[in-house]
Design a protein around this ligand. Structure first.
Ligand SMILES: Nc1ncnc2c1ncn2[C@@H]1O[C@H](COP(=O)(O)OP(=O)(O)O)[C@@H](O)[C@H]1O
Ligand SMILES: [Mg+2]
Length: 391
């Protein structure tokens, strides 16, 4: 469950651009009151961060900050998460549960992706915003009257949703007393350098980025915004270790169009798979610690993972057990690995590599490149150590 009923440290809301400067000042100013705030902007621009920033700057800063992603849960569950439930109110409700509005008393409740709420939940939220009364699921009685500040966020246009009958207009006006729009990263390229340096410093790595590469990063369109930038930096750290990152190292993530502007590379998939394959074979990253989380967080697609498997199978002539060794996994991981592939529909048929028909995307590797077992490799569990090349 995407909830966090705890007090939070003040987040670092970085940015040199005039708009980020304005946003920090505006956020600090509105933190003083109790006005409901709506934060909008594309995915990954920092809406959560702005929400936390407002909370920590406010006089509620020492009280709970409770966040929930309204898109991540079913309607029934969302109602019970927000308002709580009484024992026996539905299958699995073995005991009474206190809802987030009550847990957030005197603090802030952050409703992420509020545009995804069903119309019924919108009606319940509106009623709550009018009277502050918490009525748990399965009970007719009001269990508490609470004082929370509601901050909502969405990457959708609420006026559009209202026009299409998917969002209540009265609720929109209620939650949008103050409206902050966080601009996409491509509109504030002057923030890129600061963010890159921040994410490197945060990981404890000593990676440096050449001026040319930094310019390329500044020109890139960043469809996934700051979150995408953070992912690219993290991947560079474990693929490039302590080296200097040049512009050609970025080719797996960014490419150039005819005008020389950075755009997502058309060849991205193959190149990402190549980079990861090289790092795994060299032992500079670990499948379960680095590649698997990227896949689960959708930073790697199924096609990326399949491309990786195909490259390996071309080398091992379709032998999956040898593939594990090649990619630095233990023999014990065999079942887990095959389960992962089959669960996500990424299994590659080994037979085409047996007949010698396919050689995958790469030439057959010489045997001496097959790495030692994982135990013999340096630990790469922490970001600080990740990416330090052992070969
Ligand atoms: N201005 C910023 N300074 C530092 N980190 C940022 C900034 N904006 C975004 N981030 C980081 O980028 C990631 C995505 O931000 P998040 O607030 O979750 O975006 P959103 O909620 O808009 O999808 C988070 O890890 C966040 O800490
Ligand atoms: Mg968010």
């Amino acid at each position: 469950m995407n909830t966090s009923p705890h007090t939070v440290p003040e987040p670092t809301l970085l940015g040199n651009s005039p708009v980020m400067d304005w946003l920090r000042k505006a956020a600090a100013r509105i933190s003083m009151g109790k006005a409901k705030v709506l934060i909008t902007g594309e995915s990954g621009v920092g809406k959560d961060l702005v929400g936390r920033y407002i909370h920590t700057k406010s006089d509620r800063g020492a009280r709970p900050f409770v966040a929930i992603n309204c898109a991540g849960v079913s309607e029934t569950l969302l109602e019970s998460e927000l308002f709580g439930h009484v024992r026996g109110s539905f299958t699995g409700a073995h005991r009474d549960k206190v809802g987030l509005f009550q847990l957030g008393h005197k603090g802030t409740v952050f409703l992420d992706e509020v545009g995804e709420m069903s119309l019924r939940m919108q009606a319940l939220l509106l009623r709550f915003l009018e009277n502050g009364e918490v009525k748990p699921v399965g009970s007719d009685a009001v269990s508490a009257r609470v004082d929370v500040r509601v901050i909502a966020a969405t990457n959708r246009s609420l006026p559009d949703l209202v026009a299409r009958g998917l969002f209540r207009e009265d609720l929109m006006y209620r939650i949008m007393v103050v409206h902050l729009e966080v601009p996409p990263l491509r509109d504030r390229p002057e923030d890129v350098r600061l963010l890159v340096e921040h994410f490197i410093a945060q990981s404890g790595a000593s990676l440096t980025v050449s001026d040319e590469a930094m310019r390329a990063l500044e020109q890139y369109r960043w469809p996934g915004n700051v979150r995408e930038l953070q992912n690219v930096v993290e991947q560079l750290i474990w693929l490039r270790g302590e080296e200097v990152v040049g512009v050609k190292d970025l080719s797996a993530w960014l490419g150039t169009d005819r005008n020389g502007l950075m755009v997502p590379a058309r060849e991205r998939r193959k190149r990402v798979a190549d980079h990861i394959y090289d790092a795994l074979v060299a032992g500079s990253c670990s499948f379960w610690e680095h590649v698997y989380p990227m896949f689960i967080n959708r930073d790697l697609t199924r096609a990326d993972l399949q491309a990786l498997v195909r490259q390996g199978l071309a080398v091992t002539k379709g032998n999956y057990r040898a593939l594990l060794t090649l990619l630095g996994m233990e023999a014990d991981d065999y079942k887990r690995f095959l389960n992962l592939l089959s669960t996500h529909g990424c299994t590659v048929d080994f037979r085409e590599f047996r007949s010698g028909r396919s050689t995958g995307d790469r030439p057959i590797e010489p045997v001496f490149k097959i790495p030692m077992t994982k135990a013999a490799l340096p630990r790469t569990s922490k970001h600080g150590e990740a990416g330090v090349r052992s070969a």
